[in-house]
Design a protein around this ligand. Structure first.
Ligand code: SF4
Ligand code: SF4
Ligand code: SF4
Length: 429
């Protein structure tokens, strides 16, 4: 037993009616069939905790609270809109003291003990060099996404750039001009360090529009991994830094290419509810936030965008699996499938999948790697995508999960952001 839980979640007023609607949509419950994994079981536990002042937090309690992807599927199907994510988040915040330090220390120790560490260091090359050498900013959520401990389990080890895209951008692209629409591109750590090709692909599209967006070098991680870990202090500090940087540029639109980052920008409002100036500016930025794919499909931009696709490109043949990230399926950033986008390619055979989580869940994949992979395996049960050429998805976490999962399933399909796919096959003439 450790120190007792001193606060009950303020976000929950006991409105769960135990209807069980959340059971059929919870990705974890679908794999484990354990009542404590689904929203109904978690709400029952929190209600019990609330009515028992003598309650002491325990390892079992911590484990139950940690087993949630914060995907939002339960809230979406709940007749009473029980705010499960906020409740879990609030309890995690209470439990989180010193979590980050513990994770980093135990990660380092376990890697040093690992027999395979030498292989991993050789295999992962520049990634570890930069991570261990702290060439990534301390504020990057990538430290939480890839603590050393978790790397021994992985087949897919991403390359990481020591120089951010935002930094390269300032030397490779011309200065943004005064334009009718001021666009700020918030890259997130994914496109800034891991999947730089996504950021480049977006810039290619804008070049055709004759638009040069602002890509502020001073932007930092959106803070989602810290928030999901319950580390409110760092999550708030990062949100404030980003708000200062973005708001200073007076944008009309704030574009994101990672659904998780886009969704977390909306969370800044709640995080800063006690700081009126930041709260107002967070609301403004949330209104300006748009997923880049959605932006390019909108009325004013889609005509120009689709006119850039050459006739030859429209003849391209490929089998594509498009995964709609949870952060585009639920909540404030809920968006339709990008059918309009792919309809431009009549010979592309596309499977849209928008009914299941891939199992990443940010920090969840790191703390529950095996369970996360079981959720992915269930994702793959639906069909046998042996002849799939590309898996496309617009979230850094999903991209990482599919890259790992496809390797485990012996699949050779390339995983990418849809913008990268377009750029790679030179569809834009
Ligand atoms: S769907 Fe909502 S009300 Fe029904 S059991 Fe789940 S959390 Fe409770
Ligand atoms: S947020 Fe997702 S993982 Fe967590 S209880 Fe709800 S459906 Fe399950
Ligand atoms: S959620 Fe976005 S900004 Fe935050 S760590 Fe992930 S990729 Fe980076």
């Amino acid at each position: 037993m450790t120190q007792g839980l001193t606060t009950s979640p303020k976000n929950y007023s006991g409105t769960c009616i135990r209807c069980g609607s959340c059971m059929s949509v919870c990705p974890i419950y679908q794999v484990s069939l354990q009542e404590t994994d689904v929203a109904r079981g978690k709400m029952e536990l929190l209600e019990w905790e609330r009515s028992h002042p003598e309650f002491k937090e325990s390892d079992i309690f911590n484990k139950i609270i940690s087993r949630c992807l914060l995907c939002g599927a339960c809230e979406n199907s709940c007749p009473n809109k029980v705010p499960t994510k906020d409740c879990i988040q609030e309890v995690r915040q209470h439990l989180s003291q010193n979590t980050k330090e513990k994770i980093m220390l135990s990660s380092l120790k376990s890697l040093m003990k690992s027999k395979t560490s030498g292989t991993i260091f050789r295999k992962s090359g520049s990634f570890f060099q930069h991570l261990v050498g702290k060439k990534l900013p301390d504020s990057s959520g990538m430290h939480l996404r890839f603590p050393l401990r978790s790397m021994s389990n992985r087949k897919f080890i991403p390359e990481i750039s020591s120089r951010s895209f935002a930094n390269m951008y300032s030397s490779e692209y011309s200065e943004p001009k005064e334009q009718t629409k001021r666009i700020v591109y918030f890259t997130g750590c994914g496109a800034n360090y891991l999947f730089i090709e996504t950021a480049r692909a977006l810039m290619n599209v804008f070049e055709k529009y004759n638009i040069v967006p602002f890509v502020p070098q001073e932007q930092v991680c959106c803070g989602l991994p810290f928030y999901a870990s319950g580390d409110q202090t760092n999550a708030i500090a990062l949100a404030k830094k980003n708000i200062d940087v973005i708001d200073h540029l007076q944008p009309d639109v704030v574009l994101t290419t990672c659904a998780s980052c886009g969704s977390h920008i909306h969370q800044w409002i709640d995080l800063l509810k006690n700081e009126p100036d930041y709260h107002i500016r967070a609301q403004k930025i949330a209104k300006q936030q748009k997923d880049a794919m959605i932006f390019l499909m909108e009325e004013n931009s889609s005509e120009i965008f689709f006119s850039q696709i050459s006739d030859n490109s429209k003849k391209i043949k490929a089998n594509i699996w498009y995964h709609h990230p949870c952060h585009l399926r639920f909540g404030k950033t809920q968006s339709p499938l990008p059918k309009k986008w792919f309809d431009a390619f009549p010979h592309v055979n596309i499977i849209y999948s928008d009914d299941k989580c891939c199992g990443n869940g940010g920090k969840f994949q790191l703390s529950h790697f095996d369970l996360s992979m079981k959720i992915f395996d269930k994702r793959m049960d639906d069909f046998s995508p042996k002849d799939i050429h590309h898996v496309l998805t617009s979230c850094t976490g999903c991209q990482l999960q599919f890259s790992e999962g496809m390797l485990r399933h012996g699949m050779t399909a390339k995983v990418a952001h849809p913008l990268t796919w377009l750029a790679n096959i030179n569809l834009l003439s």
